[in-house]
Design a protein around this ligand. Structure first.
Ligand code: 4NP
Length: 159
């Protein structure tokens, strides 16, 4: 199983949106028995909260489930439990690198996988209020991330 953890600051806006979009893509491709995803925040402030209303609204509009998602903080065991830690912005990336526990875990930024990306960081809609734009960027990032994972791993059904 390949495991992906999306990381932002509060785990209520961007990373839960990425988790939901990515899982939806994985499901559409029939890869859910091979790839799993979760999300977490650098900060602890919103632990136990459901995604922000703006994130829930845009996911509902797009028919993407966010059922049962609750915020949590990044924790020590994440370095053992995940293969890819995917940050939403440069600050999240640097914060993750500062607490890096293992070198065999990929630590990268979502938008770094998007050729000619409009933004290198996913802007924080908690402050900008622009959840539509974040949805657009995160969707592009998730498509490219899934392509990357499919290139880096082979998924075969066992009969
Ligand atoms: P997120 O947005 O990192 O995309 O979940 C934020 C949510 C909450 C806060 C900051 C960013 N906050 O400061 O509470």
């Amino acid at each position: 199983m390949v495991r992906v953890l999306f990381v932002c600051l509060g785990n209520i806006c961007r990373s839960p949106m990425a988790e939901a979009i990515f899982k939806d893509l994985v499901k559409r491709e029939g890869l859910e028995s091979f790839i799993d995803a979760d999300s977490a925040g650098i900060g602890h402030w919103h632990e136990g909260s459901e995604p922000h209303e703006g994130t829930r609204e845009i996911l509902d509009q797009k028919g993407i489930s966010h059922e049962g998602m609750l915020a949590r903080q990044v924790k020590e065991g994440d370095w053992d439990d995940f293969d890819y830690l995917i940050a939403m912005d440069e600050k999240n990336l640097n914060d993750l690198k500062a607490i890096r526990e293992k070198n065999d875990v990929v630590v990268d930024k979502l938008m770094s996988g998007v050729p000619n990306a409009k933004e290198s960081d996913v802007p924080d809609p908690y402050f900008t209020g622009n959840f539509d734009y974040v949805y657009e960027l995160v969707s592009e990032g998730c498509v490219q991330l899934l392509n990357r994972i499919k290139q880096e791993h082979t998924f075969k059904e066992e009969n």
